[in-house]
Design a protein around this ligand. Structure first.
Ligand SMILES: Nc1nc2c([nH]c(=O)n2[C@@H]2O[C@H](COP(=O)(O)OP(=O)(O)OP(=O)(O)O)[C@@H](O)[C@H]2O)c(=O)[nH]1
Length: 135
Protein backbone atom coordinates (compact mmCIF):
# COMPACT_ATOMS: atom_id res chain seq x y z
CA UNK A 1 0.00 0.00 0.00
CA UNK A 2 1.32 3.46 -0.88
CA UNK A 3 1.40 6.23 1.69
CA UNK A 4 2.19 9.92 1.63
CA UNK A 5 1.96 12.59 4.34
CA UNK A 6 -1.38 14.35 4.23
CA UNK A 7 -1.49 18.06 3.49
CA UNK A 8 -4.69 19.48 4.95
CA UNK A 9 -5.87 22.60 3.14
CA UNK A 10 -9.09 24.57 3.69
CA UNK A 11 -10.65 26.83 1.08
CA UNK A 12 -13.80 28.89 0.72
CA UNK A 13 -16.28 29.61 -2.04
CA UNK A 14 -17.53 33.10 -1.13
CA UNK A 15 -20.94 33.36 -2.78
CA UNK A 16 -22.51 36.76 -3.48
CA UNK A 17 -26.28 37.37 -3.72
CA UNK A 18 -26.14 36.89 -7.52
CA UNK A 19 -24.59 33.44 -7.26
CA UNK A 20 -21.10 34.58 -8.22
CA UNK A 21 -18.15 32.94 -6.47
CA UNK A 22 -14.83 34.60 -5.68
CA UNK A 23 -11.69 33.15 -7.25
CA UNK A 24 -8.20 34.53 -6.91
CA UNK A 25 -5.02 34.20 -8.93
CA UNK A 26 -2.00 32.69 -7.19
CA UNK A 27 1.03 35.00 -7.18
CA UNK A 28 4.28 34.24 -9.03
CA UNK A 29 6.93 32.43 -6.99
CA UNK A 30 4.45 30.13 -5.21
CA UNK A 31 3.69 26.56 -6.25
CA UNK A 32 1.00 26.55 -8.93
CA UNK A 33 1.74 30.21 -9.70
CA UNK A 34 -0.81 32.07 -11.83
CA UNK A 35 -3.50 29.42 -11.46
CA UNK A 36 -6.93 30.55 -10.20
CA UNK A 37 -8.03 29.08 -6.88
CA UNK A 38 -10.40 29.48 -3.98
CA UNK A 39 -8.95 31.57 -1.14
CA UNK A 40 -7.63 29.53 1.77
CA UNK A 41 -4.49 27.69 2.79
CA UNK A 42 -2.88 25.11 5.02
CA UNK A 43 -4.26 24.18 8.43
CA UNK A 44 -1.50 24.78 10.96
CA UNK A 45 -0.77 22.19 13.66
CA UNK A 46 -3.26 22.50 16.51
CA UNK A 47 -5.65 24.65 14.49
CA UNK A 48 -9.28 23.77 13.82
CA UNK A 49 -10.12 23.79 10.08
CA UNK A 50 -12.77 26.52 10.35
CA UNK A 51 -10.51 28.73 12.47
CA UNK A 52 -7.71 28.24 9.95
CA UNK A 53 -9.99 29.27 7.11
CA UNK A 54 -11.24 32.35 8.95
CA UNK A 55 -7.56 33.29 9.52
CA UNK A 56 -6.66 32.77 5.86
CA UNK A 57 -9.64 34.83 4.66
CA UNK A 58 -8.62 37.69 6.95
CA UNK A 59 -5.00 37.53 5.72
CA UNK A 60 -5.77 37.06 2.03
CA UNK A 61 -8.93 39.13 1.53
CA UNK A 62 -9.18 41.36 4.60
CA UNK A 63 -12.63 40.06 5.52
CA UNK A 64 -13.90 39.00 8.94
CA UNK A 65 -15.64 35.65 9.02
CA UNK A 66 -17.41 33.75 11.76
CA UNK A 67 -16.23 30.13 11.69
CA UNK A 68 -19.88 29.13 12.24
CA UNK A 69 -20.81 30.72 8.88
CA UNK A 70 -18.56 28.30 6.99
CA UNK A 71 -20.71 25.52 5.54
CA UNK A 72 -18.93 22.29 4.54
CA UNK A 73 -19.56 21.78 0.83
CA UNK A 74 -17.15 19.37 -0.85
CA UNK A 75 -13.67 17.96 -0.67
CA UNK A 76 -10.90 16.95 -3.05
CA UNK A 77 -8.31 14.22 -2.50
CA UNK A 78 -5.37 14.41 -4.86
CA UNK A 79 -1.69 13.45 -5.04
CA UNK A 80 0.48 16.55 -4.70
CA UNK A 81 4.18 15.83 -5.24
CA UNK A 82 5.39 13.69 -2.36
CA UNK A 83 2.34 14.55 -0.28
CA UNK A 84 -1.36 13.93 -0.61
CA UNK A 85 -3.64 16.93 -0.66
CA UNK A 86 -6.90 16.82 1.23
CA UNK A 87 -8.74 20.02 0.32
CA UNK A 88 -11.87 20.90 2.29
CA UNK A 89 -14.11 23.37 0.50
CA UNK A 90 -16.69 25.40 2.39
CA UNK A 91 -19.31 27.80 1.10
CA UNK A 92 -19.68 31.20 2.73
CA UNK A 93 -22.51 33.66 2.12
CA UNK A 94 -21.91 36.25 4.87
CA UNK A 95 -18.78 38.12 5.87
CA UNK A 96 -17.75 41.55 7.11
CA UNK A 97 -15.73 43.83 4.86
CA UNK A 98 -15.16 44.07 1.13
CA UNK A 99 -12.87 41.34 -0.21
CA UNK A 100 -9.67 42.75 -1.70
CA UNK A 101 -6.68 40.86 -3.04
CA UNK A 102 -3.94 41.20 -0.43
CA UNK A 103 -1.93 38.16 -1.60
CA UNK A 104 -3.33 37.27 -5.00
CA UNK A 105 -2.48 39.10 -8.22
CA UNK A 106 -6.21 39.34 -9.05
CA UNK A 107 -9.64 38.38 -7.82
CA UNK A 108 -12.79 37.81 -9.84
CA UNK A 109 -16.42 36.84 -9.21
CA UNK A 110 -17.70 34.12 -11.53
CA UNK A 111 -20.59 31.71 -11.83
CA UNK A 112 -19.31 28.16 -11.27
CA UNK A 113 -20.03 27.29 -14.93
CA UNK A 114 -17.74 30.15 -15.99
CA UNK A 115 -14.85 28.60 -14.03
CA UNK A 116 -14.62 25.81 -16.55
CA UNK A 117 -12.57 28.09 -18.78
CA UNK A 118 -10.10 29.00 -16.02
CA UNK A 119 -6.69 27.47 -15.37
CA UNK A 120 -7.18 25.99 -11.89
CA UNK A 121 -5.24 23.37 -9.85
CA UNK A 122 -6.22 19.79 -10.76
CA UNK A 123 -7.85 19.23 -7.34
CA UNK A 124 -10.29 22.09 -8.00
CA UNK A 125 -11.70 20.82 -11.28
CA UNK A 126 -14.14 18.26 -9.79
CA UNK A 127 -15.23 20.88 -7.25
CA UNK A 128 -16.62 23.16 -9.97
CA UNK A 129 -19.37 20.71 -10.90
CA UNK A 130 -20.28 20.27 -7.25
CA UNK A 131 -20.45 24.04 -6.78
CA UNK A 132 -22.76 24.40 -9.78
CA UNK A 133 -25.33 22.37 -7.88
CA UNK A 134 -24.85 24.21 -4.57
CA UNK A 135 -24.76 27.86 -5.64
N1 LIG B 1 -5.90 27.96 -1.18
C1 LIG B 1 -6.04 27.00 -2.09
N2 LIG B 1 -5.06 26.07 -2.24
C2 LIG B 1 -5.26 25.13 -3.18
C3 LIG B 1 -6.43 25.10 -3.99
N3 LIG B 1 -6.33 24.05 -4.84
C4 LIG B 1 -5.16 23.42 -4.59
O1 LIG B 1 -4.73 22.42 -5.16
N4 LIG B 1 -4.49 24.10 -3.58
C5 LIG B 1 -3.19 23.72 -3.08
O2 LIG B 1 -3.19 23.65 -1.67
C6 LIG B 1 -1.97 24.15 -1.16
C7 LIG B 1 -2.31 25.35 -0.30
O3 LIG B 1 -1.18 26.07 -0.10
P1 LIG B 1 -1.10 27.64 0.02
O4 LIG B 1 0.21 28.01 -0.52
O5 LIG B 1 -2.29 28.31 -0.57
O6 LIG B 1 -1.21 27.72 1.56
P2 LIG B 1 -0.79 28.91 2.53
O7 LIG B 1 -1.64 30.11 2.21
O8 LIG B 1 -0.88 28.30 3.91
O9 LIG B 1 0.66 29.22 2.03
P3 LIG B 1 2.03 29.60 2.69
O10 LIG B 1 2.77 28.28 2.80
O11 LIG B 1 2.61 30.51 1.65
O12 LIG B 1 1.72 30.24 4.00
C8 LIG B 1 -1.10 24.50 -2.35
O13 LIG B 1 -0.31 23.38 -2.71
C9 LIG B 1 -2.14 24.76 -3.42
O14 LIG B 1 -1.66 24.62 -4.71
C10 LIG B 1 -7.43 26.09 -3.82
O15 LIG B 1 -8.47 26.16 -4.50
N5 LIG B 1 -7.18 27.02 -2.85
Amino acid sequence: MSSAPLLLVVAAALVDPNGHVLVQRRPPGKPMADLWEFPGGKVEPGELPEAALARELREELGVTVSPAALVPAAFASEALGERHLLLLLYTLRAWEGVPESRHATAIDWLRPAEMRGLAMPPADLPLIGLLERLV
